[in-house]
Design a protein around this ligand. Structure first.
Ligand code: HDE
Length: 704
């Protein structure tokens, strides 16, 4: 026994681990299992621990006879398999998560007692899940959709869940509209399509009848909803929350995440093609970057404001369709989040993680935002069904990492074994039972408004267009063109003519020129009339902080460059390009016609990271084409190679090429421009690769 190699249960494939047992118990069991298998592998057992001698054949009555009901090994295995699926999330079903930590750099002690926001330098573990909203769990990563950005902070004072999105506003003002919104965007109930797409009649029907959605629609039609990478999205808590300090004073707060790699998006044609080329594009990107040690990071920022300031805003901050421009209330960066560990098991962690906006810690409190208030109910309710009972907080990814104790008991899947007689309070029989503490959570004593109860929408929520206008007018010209073109694309998929017309009518309030562009793009003879606006929109000062292109970081860090090679490609050129790209912070992948790689002009082999037909230029931020003369002629006849260069060009990416690649570039119809450069001009290539060639776009496609 003593000479046997110890294995931890965590590393045993397929080993079942109950956290109710001590680590010592589990190790003991592992040793025994090894002993029983008589080799290096642990013995395969049933869930009851009974060793299995034959995992290939079921128990049968004779060579050609029926299977026997007695076969408990077969029955247990199949029964467990039959129950492997749990309900997917009703929204945000498709997601990818990672572990990491939050580290505070600036104390908010003046405003809050929350320890994670006051103890500078302390690292709080987090589990963060990014998601799309509309599609099912098996849908693709790159539809046009809002991205969920949910962070569970395992603080020393309990779990705080900041369950936000990559857009700072939302479609609706009141939780009671959420089922309608989601029903409209999900696949239509009679036909069961489209999956993960807003470009269909029911969504736009609902939106055209919901003027409060117009601001969010501007964001949804912008490139924010087709991100390049989950590592390059912003995150927002959306609602106003409160920070509560030692004196019980309240300050309003909006929470923001800012990606250190900068914001970046794809272009629409690229997003569409990525859906086919790599349905897991975002998940793979996050996985690869974490596994390779390039941990994504976000700055954490707050906008702090008082009730008096809020009273002067030309909008109501409790209305989730409104943002607070940074020019009005500046963003203060107070910390950072680093995601540095991919989960061990997708189901156990990413699928079972249960976020809930109601999970907050002392020093933070809710606001009266009616959307937030509805969410406080919804998430616990949904977990009860999804995870099957009231003890889901015991699942390791959901359990607090600080001690927790109360007198709740029993229920499905209870894993804890509480000791003693007492499960009530007050009690006197057992001195070690948990009791209330003065340091416990207490709600801010917000004065209640002495008003009649009723199904009320506040007058201050009535302005539906001013911030939609603010957003559109704050964008750069290419971004405005993308918004207009996205509206044309989506509404062109809407079959019902009056829905298209109603939508364009709303756009007149947002920006008459936008309405004109979209109407032209839809081939309308006239611009439809605008609906009556509850409140006339006002002009607000443009906010450049709302742009993507204007704010894009001039960097290649975290980006990927693809080099297309063939037999006889110049070893020198490939080496120099690789060095230049890696020096600039990018990763390099080699693409070749065959996955076995190529032989370069110096006679040396070069391994490929991807085969040409399965590795289109879509998956890269910029490409280099390094070919021998013969290779160029050959690949000019190859559709996958022609698409490689044509797509890179169409998606506004930088292309470096050498003389041998000329024939291929010609076959792709590529014109030289500032982003199409000779491979030996490495500086020009790296500079061009840091951005996209926006000037190229109007020459390539009709934008609205
Ligand atoms: Fe959610 N939302 N939501 N939501 N939401 C869920 O909870 C809901 C809303 C958001 O990675 C569900 O565990 C209602 C706004 C994210 O697991 C459910 C309303 C925002 C995630 C639910 C909203 C969000 C969810 C589905 C209207 C941005 C995924 C499964 C009041 C601030 C979290 C689940 C993850 C998930 C309800 C509105 C973000 C059904 C009723 C606004 C990121 O409980």
């Amino acid at each position: 026994m003593a000479t046997k190699k110890k294995t931890t249960p965590r590393k045993r494939p397929g080993a079942v681990r109950s956290d109710a047992r001590s680590a010592a118990d589990r190790r003991g069991n592992g040793d025994e299992l090894h002993q029983r298998s008589g080799g290096t592998h642990p013995a395969l057992t049933t869930n009851q621990g009974i060793p299995v001698s034959d995992n290939q054949n079921s128990l049968r009555a004779g060579h050609r006879g029926p299977s026997l009901l007695e076969d408990f090994v077969l029955r247990e295995k199949i029964t467990h398999f039959d129950h492997e699926r749990i309900p997917e999330r009703i929204v945000h079903a498709r997601g990818s998560g990672a572990h990491g930590y939050f580290e505070l750099s600036k104390s908010l002690q003046r405003y809050t007692t929350a320890r994670l926001l006051t103890e500078v330098g302390v690292r709080t573990p987090v589990f963060t899940r990014f998601s799309t909203v509309a599609g099912g769990a098996g849908s693709v990563d790159t539809p046009r959709d809002v991205r969920g950005f949910a962070v569970k902070f395992y603080t020393q004072e309990g779990n705080w869940d900041l369950v936000g999105n990559n857009i700072p506003v939302f479609f609706i003002q009141d939780a009671i509209k959420f089922p309608d919104l989601i029903h409209s965007v999900k696949m239509e109930p009679d036909r069961g399509f489209p999956q993960a797409a807003s470009a269909h009649d029911t969504f736009w029907d609902f939106i055209s009848l919901t003027p409060e959605a117009m601001h969010m629609i501007m964001w949804a039609m912008s490139d924010r909803t087709i991100p390049r990478s989950l590592r390059m999205i912003e995150g927002f808590g959306i609602h106003s929350f409160r920070l509560i300090n030692r004196k019980g004073e309240s300050t309003f707060v909006k929470f923001h995440w800012r990606p250190r790699l900068g914001l970046q998006s794809t272009v629409w044609d690229e997003a569409v093609k990525l859906a086919g080329a790599d349905p897991d594009f975002h998940r793979r990107d996050l996985f690869e970057s974490i596994q390779s040690g390039n941990f994504p990071e976000w700055d954490f920022g707050v906008q702090l404001f008082t009730q008096e300031q809020a009273d002067r805003f030309p909008f109501d901050h409790l209305d989730a369709t409104k943002l607070i421009p940074e020019e009005l209330v500046p963003l203060q960066i107070i910390g950072r989040m680093v995601l540095d560990r991919w989960p061990d098991n997708f189901f156990a962690e990413t699928e079972q993680v249960a976020y809930c906006p109601a999970n907050i810690v002392p020093g933070i409190d809710f606001s009266n935002d009616p959307l937030l208030q509805g969410r406080l109910f919804s998430y616990l309710d949904t977990q009860l069904l999804r995870l099957g009972g009231p003890n889901f907080h015991q699942i390791p990814v959901n359990a607090p990492k600080c001690p927790f104790a109360n007198l709740q008991r029993d229920g499905h899947m209870q894993m804890a074994v509480p000791h003693g007689r007492v499960s009530y309070e007050p009690s006197s029989l057992q001195p070690d039972t948990p009791r209330e503490t003065t340091a416990g959570f207490s709600s801010h004593a917000t004065p209640a408004e002495a008003e009649d109860k009723g199904r009320i929408r506040a007058d201050t929520f009535a302005d539906h267009y001013s911030q939609a206008r603010l957003f559109f007018r704050s964008q750069t010209p290419p971004e405005q063109a993308h918004i207009a073109s996205a509206l044309v694309f989506e509404l062109s998929k809407v079959e019902t003519v009056h829905v298209r017309a109603a939508m364009v009518g709303h756009l007149r309030h947002v920006d008459p020129e936008l309405a004109r562009r979209v109407a032209t793009g839809l081939g309308m003879a006239q611009i439809p009339p605008a609906p009556a606006a509850a409140v006339a929109p006002i002009d607000m000062k443009p906010s450049p902080a709302l742009q993507i292109i204007g704010k894009m970081k001039d960097t290649l860090v975290g980006r990927v460059i693809g080099i297309l090679v063939n037999d006889g490609s110049s070893a020198n050129t490939v080496r120099n390009l690789r060095k230049a790209a890696e020096d600039a912070g990018a990763r390099v992948k080699i693409v070749a016609p065959r996955v076995g790689g190529v032989t370069l002009d110096n006679g040396k082999p070069l391994a490929a990271d991807g085969q040409l037909a399965g590795t289109p230029s879509l998956v890269f931020d910029a490409v280099a084409i390094v070919l021998s003369d013969e290779g160029g002629e050959l690949l000019a006849q190859e559709a996958a190679a022609v698409d490689f260069v044509r797509d890179a060009y169409g998606h506004l990416k930088a292309i470096a090429f050498d003389v041998g690649a000329t024939a291929l570039l010609q076959a792709g119809g590529i014109d030289e421009d500032a982003g199409v450069v000779m491979a030996n001009d490495r500086e020009a290539f790296i500079a061009a690769a840091r951005t996209r060639q926006w000037d190229r776009e109007p020459l390539l496609r009709t934008l609205a």
